[in-house]
Design a protein around this ligand. Structure first.
Ligand code: OAD
Ligand code: ZN
Length: 405
């Protein structure tokens, strides 16, 4: 497990260089909690866009925090003429790695047990087709649903957290914070109307996951999404773990009476704040808010599933919210992990990869010289899934699911 936050049962946003507190607060305490945040019982990051999407990569070696701009990319970094800091850093890291490997005999990959013949997409495809890979777990986030028209959270510009100004929130994450919701449920319900599930169709990525199930290879699909699109794509309920809950049921926050999706939908579309006829408490869809516990099913199944996993496929997530993000470290230490995403989410800083490269734990070792199992298929999820289907010889199977929809 990567950090203290990983053992928490409540969703925590670790974009704040993984300094989320054990209380389940989603945000970092920079010692500057505003009056508004205090009044609303939550603490927020300094600004929208703080540490957007960088996840684990910022943890460890990077030291932006010391510059007083915790979690932010230094805009000057890209503007140094021919001397690009990132390239210099990468070059230096490679040199250091080579030096340590040759002089000190550490960091080499030769002694790690290998499951993949080749640490590449082709290697993964060969492994899937070998018959040795029987239990695939998929882990997904908002990136698999963006092509359906549902925004993700942290992509600058298009992500939900960049577009909540009209709600006048103390910070974007407040819209999913249970304490904020108890004081002011209106913004959430206005947003819920806008994003209500049912008006969207599964994407090729969802259909690819369904195809893994049809091929008898899917052990479980873990999703952070509450859009229910995996169900619309025909994955059986027992194959899906909705780690951050669902819109299908709702409960009164006071008396816990359950309400149906139809009831909730009607209330939301009438622009009501759904209120319990029994006790006048606010009724909230069963999606998991920050500072709420994840469903018991999540904890029950993660304990058994991840030990059995032969291949982990991670799709469309920034891997910034705990405890979900740390699941990638729960698979056996030789289990191959394939990331299908626009960015290298969840990957170890090269320096950390080198120092920590003594086997397993702490994120994807995509840039480690000892990497024997982690592969990134960077770019659009749907394209990545279509490419995988093609390489696996399943192009027509995927096509027929896509046209059947
Ligand atoms: P994020 O918005 O944090 O991350 C989405 C990731 O998918 C980013 O790495 C994007 O670059 C990538 N992405 C977006 N569109 C893509 C596409 N078409 N193809 C490939 N990659 C794409 O969303 P999540 O990781 O799902 O929790 O966020 C996790 C949790 O944070 C959510 O469940 C929610 C949120 O706060 C709660 O509300 C409790
Ligand atoms: Zn009630």
């Amino acid at each position: 497990m990567a950090d203290s936050a990983s053992s928490s049962s409540k969703p925590e946003d670790t974009t704040a260089t993984e300094q989320a507190t054990a209380s389940g607060a989603t945000v970092k305490d920079e010692g500057s909690t505003s009056k508004k945040e205090e009044a609303e019982g939550i603490q927020c990051e300094g600004a929208i866009g703080g540490a957007i999407g960088v996840g684990r990569k910022k943890a460890g070696a990077d030291s932006d925090e010391e510059d007083g701009d915790a979690g932010y990319e230094d805009e000057d970094d890209d503007d140094d003429g021919p001397y690009n800091d990132e390239e210099d850093k990468e070059g230096f890291m490679k040199m250091l790695q080579n030096f340590l490997m040759t002089k000190l005999h550490i960091g080499g990959a030769e002694d790690a047990p290998k499951v993949l013949d080749e640490v590449s997409v082709d290697g993964i495809v060969k492994y899937i087709l070998s018959g040795q890979c029987k239990n695939i777990i998929t882990m997904a986030g908002a990136g698999i649903s963006t092509s359906a028209g549902i925004p993700d959270f942290r992509t600058p510009g298009s992500g939900l957290y960049s577009n909540l100004e009209k709600y006048n929130l103390p910070c974007p994450e407040a819209i999913f914070d249970i304490e904020y919701f108890k004081n002011n449920p209106k913004p959430f319900f206005v947003l819920a109307k806008e994003l209500y599930p049912g008006s969207f169709n599964p994407t090729p990525s969802h259909w690819f996951i369904r195809l893994l199930h049809d091929k008898g290879l899917l052990l479980r699909h873990y999703t952070q999404n509450v859009d229910t699109l995996e169900h619309v794509a025909g994955l059986p309920a027992d194959k899906v773990v909705e780690a951050h809950g669902t819109f299908r049921t709702s409960h009164c926050l006071e008396c816990r009476k359950e309400y149906s999706q139809e009831w909730m939908k009607e209330e939301i579309f009438k622009d009501n704040i759904p209120t319990c006829p029994e006790c006048s408490g606010v009724v909230k869809p069963d999606i998991v808010f920050f500072r709420e516990s994840l469903p018991p099913r999540f904890f029950m199944l993660t304990q058994v599933d991840f030990l059995k996993c032969d291949l982990l496929i991670i799709l469309g997530t920034s891997l910034t919210v705990q405890p979900f993000a740390s699941l990638i470290d729960n698979v056996p230490s030789t289990c191959p992990r394939l990331l299908v995403n626009r960015e290298k989410a969840g990957s170890l800083d090269p320096m950390m990869a080198l120092l920590q490269g003594m086997g397993g734990g702490g994120g994807l070792a995509l840039d480690s010289p000892r990497n024997t199992r982690d592969v990134a298929l960077l770019g659009d999820c749907d394209e990545g899934c279509s490419k995988l289907a093609e390489l696996l010889g399943w192009k027509e199977d995927l096509q027929s699911l896509l046209t059947k929809k």
